[in-house]
Design a protein. Structure first.
Length: 139
């Protein structure tokens, strides 16, 4: 199942892999460990656009991704949100948060200037994520 990714998501993220329902992306901002799940459902803008099976699959994927972040990065809190005010394509953010991060306790959106990952750090994190999520990944 292919998916045309919103250009803003494509420009700001790096692919991690494909889950059963969603494409998994890493936001290119090293200040915040930040993953985005984009369900491969054409035209979906809201969670309510998904049928019951797809909503369940997305919830399962969000839980798995959250557990992987907790295991790998030991955050104090996970922020999970589907805003879509700027990018209307349905996507859900899963962000590992720490009381020491730059935006704490505020939301990360619009806070300061994005700090892109160094290539080696980005690839190392993506490989760790892929390893932790191997049971959810389809490719």
């Amino acid at each position: 199942m292919s998916l045309l990714l919103d250009p803003r998501l494509a420009a700001d993220t790096h692919p991690v892999g494909e889950l059963r329902l969603s494409r998994l992306l890493l936001m290119d901002d090293a200040r915040f460990p930040w993953l985005i799940l984009v369900p491969r459902i054409a035209g979906a803008r809201e969670l309510t656009d998904l049928d019951e099976g797809d909503r369940t699959a997305l919830t399962d994927e969000l839980s798995g991704v959250g557990r992987a972040l907790e295991t790998l990065l030991k955050p104090e809190k996970l922020n999970v949100a589907a805003l879509g005010n700027i990018v209307t394509q349905l996507h859900v953010h899963v962000i590992a948060r720490y009381s020491t991060d730059a935006a704490w306790p505020q939301p990360v959106w619009g806070y300061g200037e994005r700090v892109p990952y160094a290539a080696a750090a980005r690839e190392a994190l993506i490989e760790r994520l892929r390893s932790a999520l191997h049971t959810l990944m389809i490719r």
